[in-house]
Design a protein around this ligand. Sequence first.
Ligand code: MOS
Length: 741
Amino acid sequence: MTTAIGAPLDRVDGRPKVTGKARYSADVPMPDMAYACLVNSRIANGRVTGIDTSEAEEEAGVLAVLTHENLPRIASQPPLVPSLAGGPAPGETFFPMQDEVVHYGGQHIAMVVADTYERAQHAAALVRVSYEESPPVTTIEQGRDQAYEPDAIFAGFIPGRTERGDVRTGLSQADVQVEATYTYAGNNHNPIETSTTTARWDGDELVLHDATQGVNATQLTVAALLGLPLSKVRVKSQFVGGSFGGKAMIWHHPALAALAARKVGRPVKLALTREQMFTSCGHREVQEQKITLGAKDDGRLTALRHHKLSPTSPFDNWAEPSLNAAGQMYACPNYEGVYRLFRANTMTPTFMRAPGDATGMFSLECAMDELAERLGLDPLELRLRNFADVDPASGNPWSSNGLSECYERGAARFGWHDRDPRPGARREGNWLIGTGMAAACYPVTPPNTPQRARARLYADGSVVVQASTPEFGTGVATAMAQVAADALAVPVDRCRLEKGDTDFPQIAAAVASSGAGMISAAVHLAATALRDQLIAQAVADSTSPLHGANPADVVVRDGVMAAGSASESYADLLRRNLQPDAEAMGTWNPPPPDTPYGMATFGAQFAEVAVDPELGLIRVRRMTGAFAPGRVLNSKTVRSQLMGGMLWGLGQALLESNHMHPATGRWVNSSLGEYLVAVNADAPDVDIEIIEVEDGVVNPLGVKGVGEIGQVGANAAIANAVHHATGRRVRKMPITIEDII
Ligand code: MOS
């Protein structure tokens, strides 16, 4: 029997998106709308000594100018916990405009509300601010001596230090050692849709339209900040124009929009500018990682030491978890991973595209390439010799793995085995040609709260599933129609997901590639419960042809229940009983943290580059990725996500970089013109193989997620290919022209 799950169906939201019908948070029309614009700190460290709003207030159309002197105090600052928990998730444990202190460049220091966007923007430029300025801490060099080892990072979820075995003993047993230090630029998310909140008060009830990865996280955070009962805050989010982790945490602007709307007594739209996106929604931190590998002559690892140093904000111990997947990747008995932080004049960094592993696996996989070269081993062979049969971090079996097949299939598709290992050996005209590979690993992180969905079948046979999740570009609406169709055994074009509203059953914020797994779990359980309920109703109904049948013998096809020669459709059952619809809830309780399995998604990445050593140009000519993401819900959207991830990896390897001016503490390239991302001209032929592995642990359908695994290792494969082409090891991202010439 063919199933809807896995089919390469077109996106159900494709047409509304390309025709402009899709409504994003900034597109929600409201009568009497007012517009807020934020004023940001020009300095990165110090305090506001005076703020003159008189000129701004006199401008036509200006309704309010809010500063730390007159903005209401927040009720409480919620703790910094990942929105993974569905819970309150401020991006940092700091709320602006509560006092005169400036912690970082671009901090919100005033907000102007006017009757048009243009008037608000103009008046914002007229707010006169004077400062007392202190030199900011901005660079790793400044922070190195003050660095400390935090107890935990990543909102307390990950320990600051992890050890197994004894790394010094392991190094003493090694025949060969590789030690290398890697530096990474800060990165910014840069989704096309800038973060926007439209806020409206309906009496004492607040309605927000917010660009977010989790409406419940916005609801919980804003309710805590404003001291409102949860039942008085409703959050909607129909379409989100990309996110990449920048809309996972709930930053300041949703609560600021609500406060502005209350102040002026009108709905308020607050849309961040592109420049503000660099200083209002977190970023991937600049960082330095040092790896030491010890190995026997045959390549088996005896020791892996991985240290990271990075700046965090004055208030939170945040580092992206760069050491985690890297610590789980290989069977190495002696391991030490240590995070070190220093306080800098920056906002709290945050999740960003393959948080942690996009950098940590780069360090590991480039160091493995160096080790392979030192040992005279093929890089792929070195990895096979260190294959982790069980999760090295816990000793537990993998819930599913598939890495060997990824290596094998990826290498075959790419043509890896024909490779001449000598660096600089292949030349085509001015171009030096090289190939490189890397492993990919990204953790499967189930949410730590139950996930719910509702399934409803109408008497006309159509099906609606409801879940609070927004759609931020992943294809969730399409995939969930497929999941519901299979569970109910109805045609997929009769199924639709209603989403993006806190009035629907709760789904946690979709972070860490967890969306498809957790939402499909809730939808599958809800639709299965509805199917079972309808079958039970039919066999108990004395007027149904199915009356008296054993429920276990009933099979459903195209919405028709059948047992032997007797049959009745769901729709007929409802119509005969004058029921307009039937519905059921599904609740998924995710596997708890002590589940005795290692849970991760694996893959293998291959890249071919051409390097012009005189001009310093690097062109990625082709990429192959093989991934084992568990069950595939929609092969088209899955392939698209993996392809997008691989191109993120290309962008990170060669282009993406936030540049901070060390003296001022301000980003100097806060625009899409100067923050370089990969565009179509940079995108090579991307070849993808998906290896479906069965996983009975992670969630009911065995979906491990594909949102981020595509990026992991893609950058390292490119860096390793650059070395193979040129003989030069560039231990940083991005690799730029200056690193080559
Ligand atoms: Mo994703 S970068 O883990 O929100």
